[in-house]
Write a protein that binds this ligand. Structure first.
Ligand SMILES: Cc1ncc(COP(=O)(O)O)c(C=O)c1O
Length: 450
């Protein structure tokens, strides 16, 4: 597998290139993209998206049972991306009625989707059941009873996973195994037997079963660089499968081990490649199954960030400068910020950025790179090195913004959200149009006299 096939280990998208003073993505010069589509602009590189999907699939193909990559759409969700994921033979992990609806509007085969979430509404569950969502991950005891009720009321049947908190917790570089995990998500393993009882009671209440338990589901965290938690996850989960088989005679057909693989946002990040991660996961699961001769369940994984983050970049136009002589400090503002990338203000996320229209000049001048929002905390980089010649009108490229940027974007200050374009082989197509000022008032109603 080439480096290009596992883009999560590099900062730039797979098709990133330079020509003279300028960056090209997907064969498109950034200044052409900015001229044609405006800025700020989310740019998605199709080669990176394809490379990640194929890298995951190649590793899952080494698993002796069936498998499916479910792209976690919360990382980046629009109709065109759903359609691309379908072309790449991926399913979708969806977490709201809105995401289910987006996939449906995109013509996605909903049989290849999983509906997740810890507090789904009756309407969301009914919508998912009516439109044939393949699997529903049930998060807790309340939701199990709720789903049985909604399915029965609508004359539907649901194939479910039980989301569990397996006592493995990861926060990037910090990995803990706990007996009891303090998480808002999922059943504690000690609650599984009660859940099985609820399922059996619900199934005997009507004329035909409403719930089929296909397996268990766990997701241990995000931006994970370590392999050991994944090994422990596969082993812990399979131990529970075996216990359920032994004590209840139930052989489960699916296992969902979640997402979480990290990506390289900065030079300091050193995530494992997809090949290493998925290879570890597959081996641990196969070993655990073989040890007790458990029939290989269909292996589902739900990568979000690693599928799309590196594919995405954001282009901004450099605007105003403010120099503070007493501090010898320069603030440089771009025409976006916390509205299109909340991750920096929200949890001090770190990115890499360069001046994309002066890429061949040394980046030696330290500046504070800030956004255009009315918030002192709207700072994208406390300290960014840029060329001495940087000037208004230059384009800044921020790498690694394909995940949890567009999907978390807001209209703070009533600033329209950027367009999203997909680039490949010198062609760019709009997946999401730029919002307009009229969109800012589209849902507003004038005050009525009372
Ligand atoms: C249940 C579940 N699955 C998958 C994901 C995707 O995780 P990541 O983007 O880290 O791969 C998340 C992210 O929070 C999640 O909560």
């Amino acid at each position: 597998m080439t480096a290009a096939a596992s883009p999560n280990t590099r900062i730039e998208p797979a098709s990133h290139a330079t020509s003279g003073s300028e960056v090209l993505i997907g064969g498109c010069p950034v200044s052409d993209l900015a001229r044609q589509f405006g800025t700020p602009l989310y740019v998605l590189d199709q080669a990176s998206l394809t490379g990640m999907a194929r890298a995951y699939q190649a590793m899952l193909d080494t698993y002796p049972g069936e498998s499916l990559v479910l792209f976690a759409a919360k990382a980046h969700c629009n109709m065109g991306l759903c359609q691309l994921m379908q072309q790449l033979d991926c399913g979708l992990d969806l977490v709201s009625g809105g995401e289910v609806h987006t996939a449906r509007q995109a013509g996605f085969n909903l049989a290849n989707t999983l509906f997740n979430g810890n507090n789904k509404s009756d309407d969301e569950l009914a919508y998912a059941l009516a439109h044939g969502v393949g699997l529903i991950s049930v998060d807790n005891a309340t939701e199990l009873e709720q789903l049985a009720r909604v399915a029965m009321a609508n004359g539907r049947h649901a194939t479910i996973l039980l989301r569990v908190a397996p006592g493995i917790e990861c926060h990037t570089h910090d990995y803990i195994k706990t007996g009891h995990l303090d998480s808002k998500f999922g059943f504690d393993l000690s609650q599984i037997d009660a859940a099985l009882k609820t399922i059996s009671t619900a199934n005997s209440a009507g004329n035909s079963p409403v719930l089929t338990l296909a397996g268990l589901h766990a997701h241990i965290g995000s931006q994970i660089f370590e392999l050991q938690p994944y090994q422990d996850l596969a082993t812990t989960m399979l131990a529970e499968y075996e216990r359920i088989r032994r004590q209840h005679g139930l052989v489960m057909t699916h296992i969902d081990l979640g997402g979480g693989l990290g990506i390289k946002y900065t030079e300091a990040d050193d995530p494992p490649s997809v090949e290493t991660l998925a290879g570890t996961l597959v081996k641990a699961l196969v070993d655990a199954c073989d040890a007790v001769q458990y029939p290989y369940p269909k292996l589902l994984i739900e990568p979000g960030r690693s599928m799309v983050a590196t594919a995405g970049t954001t282009l901004y136009e450099i605007g105003s400068f403010k120099h503070i002589p007493q501090l010898d400090k320069t603030y440089v503002a771009v025409n976006g910020g916390m509205g299109d990338n909340i991750r920096v203000a929200l949890y001090q996320a770190q990115y890499t950025a360069r001046v994309a229209t002066r890429i061949n000049e040394p980046h030696t001048k330290p500046v504070a790179l800030v956004g255009r929002y009315c918030e002192s905390g709207d700072i994208l980089f406390d300290r960014l090195l840029v060329p001495e010649t940087i000037a208004p009108g230059d384009l800044l490229i921020v790498y690694g913004t394909g995940a949890y940027n567009a999907s978390m974007a807001s209209n703070y200050n009533r600033v329209p959200r950027p367009a999203t374009v997909l680039v490949k082989d010198g062609q760019a197509q709009v997946l999401v149009k730029r919002e307009t000022w009229d969109d800012m008032t589209r849902l507003d109603l004038p005050l009525r006299p009372v």
